[in-house]
Design a protein around this ligand. Structure first.
Ligand code: 6R9
Length: 655
């Protein structure tokens, strides 16, 4: 083959300095990876020592992906307490070290707070005692609906301390979404705050919670943290968190939990139906979060680590709270947004706290790239050593900008592919081991066995330079264990399309060198600014509106968000399309689900392309939304092919 005229792919080998410092070099990686898949028992028994056990485990791995018997257990006879692992065991050596640096939304109004491991211990114990006073017991569920304030971390760790299962609902979700989750996991208590400041604006969390609780059992109690001091209504079910914590004891013995007791439930969007409650358990999850945090980010003692996610998403669970704190790290909790008070906020915070590892999402990188280099150049970023990316594929332009302008060409970028379901990183470069390729998630983490399958036949595609759907053979400790209350749905969603494998829902390519590139979701999940949204969820919100007869929602390429939400809407007979109605529907979806679900484009569709059996042909709708209607493929099975012409003529996305 003549390769002379082919463009050479940019590749960035690790610098000598990075290799010298790194936990894992290329040789280590090869040797450790081979060991992790050939003898997982020995490998993970060794990694299990990262955690302090109350009763040491004797069994390491007991997992089955067999149809009808999906059963995943790690360290199953060990007992531990996650909060003691994140706090108490560090007290002897680092009680006065900062555990959490809290950075407020508006730096002109408030100062950052430095919370030591000693302080963290006291606050978590107090909150744990408050939860006990409210009647929360081992195994009970607690919903957390808070801003990014230290109390969010206290609440998570307080639940873990007493063996309650937390379920965080992102503060941007609507009362309806919150109510559905409180009911979904049958929570005893919901913890919220008066208001959530974000980007200079405020979300009325308490009144959202009041609205949600109208649809929940009367027995649900509401614990309210004072954040802004803004006005709220007060009902019989409300408890003042600050007052109760002030009176509570600062000692609370950690409960002894089994490795397989649930630690948290996190609702996430899928391709069908309502969001599902992803269940993570205690032992395996913590081992995996701790190991990936240390190795992928090359975390070293004394470093300051900043993951810009919200604890409402899995990234915040694993890489703001559990991974870093298990490792005795200093972790930043940021309440604000990247562009407030100005587009230099991220870099100002990096400089102020001398951040060493910085982890964010491509959508933020693209937005800040658009704001101009001067915002970055104003700040001293000389302490940065490593950059990370997560949530969606990063385009090479954004990668290069991140590398050159933010990292000054000296910080490796780890593009970490993983999911709510996986608990921690799955495919990622390792800073001291991998020659980086912009846009590639590259190599499996230890113990992870990716396979590429042919989408229709499900056959394994061997060799390099191939494409297909991404599945994983065999279990890893951070894997979700079940869907809350619906094990059948767990099996159906992840193990039934391709038997014997965990199906990620993503497509991927394995290049000539064996590096993996994620090509995006192959199901009806769209990725808006790195947040997952099921098209079915947006559709059911739209059709709940009295004037909407039918709707179909697809994703389309969006310069900043990665994907935007494109909704085709058929109105009820007699209803007239108008700009006001379009606004009304946008607001409707915002209130039904939350601002992140608001359609970017709404197209009035007199009819939708359907097969004779009534199935909507989304492939066609996707093409039109992408403004790529030249290649619609076979439309001969449509009941009424003329619908398509109308949709093309009135398409909303014209490039
Ligand atoms: C951690 C998180 C999971 C979906 C996943 C994939 C996409 C995440 C990615 C990536 C390409 C990366 N995704 N990281 N795609 N490169 N580095 O984001 O969890 O919210 O559950 O989303 O996000 O499509 O399937 P979650």
């Amino acid at each position: 083959m003549n390769t002379q005229n082919q463009p050479k792919l940019a590749a960035f080998p690790p610098s000598a300095e990075t290799v010298k410092r790194a936990h894992v070099t290329a040789d280590d990686y090869a040797q450790m990876y081979a060991a992790s898949v050939s003898d997982p028992e020995t490998f993970w028994a060794d990694q299990g020592k990262r955690v302090d056990w109350m009763t040491p485990f004797t069994k390491v791995k007991n997992t089955s992906f067999e149809p009808g018997n999906i059963d995943i257990r790690w360290f199953e006879d060990g007992t531990l307490n996650v909060s003691a692992n994140c706090i108490d065991r560090h007290l002897e050596t680092r009680a006065d070290q900062t555990a959490i640096i809290w950075e407020p939304d508006d730096p002109s109004k408030e100062d950052a707070q430095h919370i030591t491991y000693r302080d963290l211990h006291a606050s978590v114990c107090k909150m744990a005692n408050v939860l006990k006073e409210l009647g929360v017991e081992k195994g009970d569920r607690v919903v957390i609906y808070l801003p990014m304030i230290p109390e969010a971390a206290y609440a998570m760790l307080a639940c873990a301390r007493i063996g309650a299962i937390h379920s965080i609902v992102f503060a941007g979700f609507s009362p309806d979404a919150l109510g559905a989750r409180i009911n979904g996991c049958d929570a005893k208590v919901v913890i919220t705050a008066d208001h959530a400041p974000r980007g200079g604006r405020e979300t009325p969390l308490k009144s959202n919670t009041d609205a949600a609780l109208l649809h929940c059992k009367d027995s649900v109690k509401c614990l309210v943290v004072k954040r802004t001091g803004g006005q709220t209504t007060w009902t019989d079910r409300d408890y003042d968190c600050n007052a109760l914590m002030a009176d509570a004891s600062a000692e609370c013995a950690p409960a002894e939990m089994n490795a397989e007791d649930p630690l948290f439930i996190l609702y996430t969007s899928g391709s069908t139906g309502q969001p599902k409650g992803v269940v993570h358990t205690s032992g395996g999850y913590l081992v995996y979060a701790s190991m990936t945090h240390e190795i992928v980010f090359d975390y070293q003692d004394g470093d300051v680590f900043w993951c810009t996610a919200d604890v409402g998403w899995v990234t915040g669970h694993s890489y703001i709270v559990y991974g870093p704190l298990a490792n005795g790290a200093t972790t930043i909790m940021f309440e604000g947004v990247p562009t407030f008070p100005d587009a230099g906020r991220f870099w100002e915070v990096c400089a102020k706290h001398k951040v060493n590892q910085f982890y964010t999402a491509p959508t933020a990188i693209r937005a800040l790239m658009g704001a101009g280099n001067e915002w970055v150049e104003k700040h001293d970023l000389s302490d940065l050593r490593l950059l990370g990316s997560v949530g969606e594929p990063i385009n090479p332009e954004a990668w290069n900008w991140y590398n050159e302008v933010v990292g000054k060409g000296k910080c490796p970028i780890v593009d970490t592919f993983w999911q709510t379901e996986t608990g921690g990183h799955m495919l990622t470069p390792l800073p001291g081991a991998t020659t980086l390729k912009p846009g590639a998630a590259q190599q499996p983490f230890f113990g992870v066995q990716p396979v590429v399958l042919e989408p229709t036949s499900g056959e394994v595609v061997e060799g390099n330079g191939v494409e297909g759907v991404l599945c994983i053979a065999g279990s890893w400790p951070g894997q979700m264990r079940t869907v809350w209350g619906d094990h059948e749905r767990f099996e159906k969603t992840y193990f039934s399309d391709y038997k014997g494998y965990y199906f990620s829902g993503d497509g991927c390519r394995r290049d000539e060198d064996g590096d993996y590139w994620i090509t995006g979701r192959v199901d009806d999940v769209i990725n808006v600014s790195g947040h997952r949204m099921g098209t079915a969820e947006v559709e059911s919100a739209l059709v709940a509106h009295a004037k909407v007869a039918e709707s179909a929602v697809v994703g389309y390429p969006h310069d900043v968000k990665g994907q935007g939400i494109y909704a085709y809407v058929t109105l009820m007979n007699g209803e007239e399309p108008s700009d006001e109605l379009r606004k009304e529907l946008e607001t409707w979806v915002r209130t039904e689900i939350g601002p992140i679900a608001k359609p970017d484009l709404i197209q009035w569709a007199p009819g939708l392309p359907k097969t004779r059996s009534g199935k909507i042909m989304r492939r066609i709708l996707r093409k039109i939304a992408e403004d790529d209607f030249g290649a619609l493929g076979d439309t001969s099975t449509l009941a009424d092919p003329s619908v398509v012409d109308d949709l093309i003529e009135n398409r909303m996305n014209r490039r």
